[in-house]
Write a protein that binds this ligand. Sequence first.
Ligand SMILES: Cc1cc2nc3c(=O)[nH]c(=O)nc-3n(C[C@H](O)[C@H](O)[C@H](O)COP(=O)(O)OP(=O)(O)OC[C@H]3O[C@@H](n4cnc5c(N)ncnc54)[C@H](O)[C@@H]3O)c2cc1C
Length: 301
Amino acid sequence: MKIREIFLKGRPLLSFEFFPPKKVENEHILEETVGHLKKYSPDFVSITYGAGGSTRAKTLEWTLRLKDVHGLNVMMHLTCVGSTRSEIDSIVARLTQEGVDNILALRGDPPRESGSENPWKDFRYAFELVRHIKKKGDFCIGVAGYPEGHIESPSLEKDTEYLKMKVDEGADFIITQLFFDNRFYFRFRERTERAGITVPILPGIMPIINLGQVTRFTEMCGASVPQSLIREMEGLSPEDTLKKGVDFAIAQCEELIREGAPGIHFYTLNRNRATEMILEELGDFRGRESGPSNSPKEGEG
Ligand SMILES: Cc1cc2nc3c(=O)[nH]c(=O)nc-3n(C[C@H](O)[C@H](O)[C@H](O)COP(=O)(O)OP(=O)(O)OC[C@H]3O[C@@H](n4cnc5c(N)ncnc54)[C@H](O)[C@@H]3O)c2cc1C
């Protein structure tokens, strides 16, 4: 089912993001995680596309597995860095053939090793990929948004301008990079509204279960972890870190939903425990109406 049609129902969405395990011996972890999280009937699940080509075939394999074996509504991430137009075309054709309705269209990141071949082939930015996919079929297309600005971007204004280009090319909704201070999301929403972006902006939430891992990750992607939270978490046992991270995420999700976010997208890192703890505490927030902002109503498209 196309995700844009679910947004039209006017209630918040629930979605989970997974990555394809690199090693066969880790596949059971994702299978178990999906087994646990399925009971929350996510509106969709998404599968990341491996940077630098490493797990790309596995992305498609898992997309189809989650759709056909688990009966889930799926969205496949697709990056254009390092891919030629014909490579993209063959993946998109396969998605059409398999009945996958949703694609998250991304630029991706060039490989970090120096000396590798020029990563820029037929597409330079995600907006070009959106334009291209749009011509290939009636997909629902999501794109990435950055509440704190993309790490390479010269300014928030430029970032918003480029985001608008993706929407103008036909993106149906935005999923945000992770953030830990909701004010970034609310300011981002205001900026995008001022720029005339009206598609839903789904906040991406990552519960902290390991402080070191999250700070490394945020440094790489240009997001920030509040210093006060770092201080509170430093030195905690793994179990106490988990509890603190879960409580923090619950408060974040509560406020986002109350303030009209059109749902929550969980970066699960292929683990279920933290996400389950959060969802048990939050209850079924999808019973609540989406707030006035950021959620198209039937007929508005
Ligand atoms: C929800 C989410 C899921 C993700 N999933 C994956 C994944 O599965 N696999 C993966 O490898 N990566 C993934 N990423 C990371 C993403 O690929 C990187 O953040 C990447 O650096 C940017 O991708 P983008 O699609 O936002 O690029 P773009 O929108 O193309 O932006 C990239 C940079 O170029 C700038 N820019 C855009 N258009 C123009 C223009 N016309 N002129 C000049 N500058 C411009 C932007 O401001 C930005 O700085 C994900 C990110 C998010 C938020």
